[in-house]
Write a new protein. Structure first.
Ligand code: APR
Length: 314
């Protein structure tokens, strides 16, 4: 057996601490929790470490304010950044979070040059592209979490609507992690039965809309953005890579011609395994779906162009 995997989480806020918790509960490896705020990650890590004996979970969690402690991580999750407040779009966070993600990515390249990087900070697709650019890592090692979350939200709404077990529902949502994401009803099933056979068209459309604005709905209720589902959606990717699951998950990956999208990170179905994003799977889409996906990628490109304008990406 090799050494225990090391998972580092940059940003020990709501999403980061729950990524650490879920990784530890699932015993995926030992976790380092980094934050810029002094003492906070150390405090949270101690509390998490002390949770482990209660559950009988064999994981260790350390907190730090020193990037050197992420040395030789197998996986680094970047959650550092500002979350949305009511009335804000994810794109409103672009410049503030670009500074934070750039610094994080520079340190990942320095201390954990062989790691896989999963970005969670919004605006997701543009921040993932920035991390890829700054680390200089190959595209298979840098990816963003969004599709899993958007798909889980769609699953949850379908389960509520039909009063069926969440276990029975599988959904696929592609596109950028914005209000123009592309839920795919024909790939969304309840134990193999496509939802369009179970839910009338107008209701299905309403659920699709609710999914698109699923993040915003929570921001409005809470005053800050969601974290339980975003965290576990991320840990699903960590698990797929560490266990070489060859798991098909929607995640932000660099498209180079797939779906007619070129040079932009966007939510697409990927095979996640020991090689990170081992493959982007090209599934059959209608003309309208492809157009919606390309439009969504076009909006990501707009943000990436802004990053170029501001000098973050050359
Ligand atoms: N370096 C490291 N950590 C930082 C830095 C920095 N330069 N700047 C801020 N942070 C930390 C904050 O101290 C905070 O602990 O990032 C953490 C962010 O946590 P929260 O404010 O709780 O935000 P969270 O809900 O976790 O969301 C983080 O994920 O889903 C996205 O839109 C969300 O971009 C946001 C990110």
């Amino acid at each position: 057996m090799g050494k225990r995997p090391k998972i580092s989480v940059i940003g020990a806020g709501r999403v980061g601490e729950h990524v650490a918790l879920f990784c530890a509960i699932k015993e995926l490896g030992d976790v380092v929790l980094y934050d810029i705020v002094e003492n906070m990650p150390q405090g949270k890590a101690l509390d998490l470490y002390q949770t482990m004996p209660l559950g009988g979970w064999d994981s260790k969690i350390y907190g730090t304010n020193d990037y050197a402690d992420i040395a030789d991580s197998d996986i680094v999750v970047i959650t550092a950044g500002f979350p949305r407040k009511p009335g804000m779009s994810r794109d409103d966070l672009l410049k503030a979070n670009a500074d934070i993600v750039k610094t994080a990515a520079e340190n990942v390249a320095k201390y954990a040059p062989n790691s896989f990087v999963i970005v969670v900070t919004n605006p997701l697709d543009a921040m993932t592209q920035l991390a890829w650019h700054v680390t200089g890592f190959p595209k298979n090692r840098v990816m963003g979490q969004a599709g899993n979350l958007d798909s889980a939200r769609f699953c949850a709404f379908i389960s509520m609507e039909l009063n069926v077990s969440v276990r029975d529902v599988q959904a696929l949502v592609l596109g950028g992690h914005g209000d123009d994401m592309v839920p795919l009803p024909k790939y969304t099933v309840v134990n193999g039965v496509t939802v369009d056979q179970l839910i009338p068209q107008d209701r299905l459309q309403a659920l699709i809309e609710r999914t698109r604005f699923g993040g915003g709905e929570i921001v409005k209720l809470l005053g800050y953005s969601a974290y339980y589902a975003p965290a576990l959606a991320t840990v699903k990717m960590v698990e797929a890579i560490l266990k070489d699951q060859k798991s098909l998950q929607a995640c932000a990956a660099l498209c180079e011609g797939e779906y007619g999208i070129n040079g932009v990170y966007c939510g697409v179905p990927c095979i996640l395994g020991a090689g990170g994003v081992e493959k982007i799977v090209e599934i059959q889409l209608t003309k309208e779906e492809v157009e919606a996906l390309q439009a969504s990628a076009g909006r990501v490109k707009g943000l990436v162009d802004q990053l170029k304008e501001f000098g973050y990406i050359k």
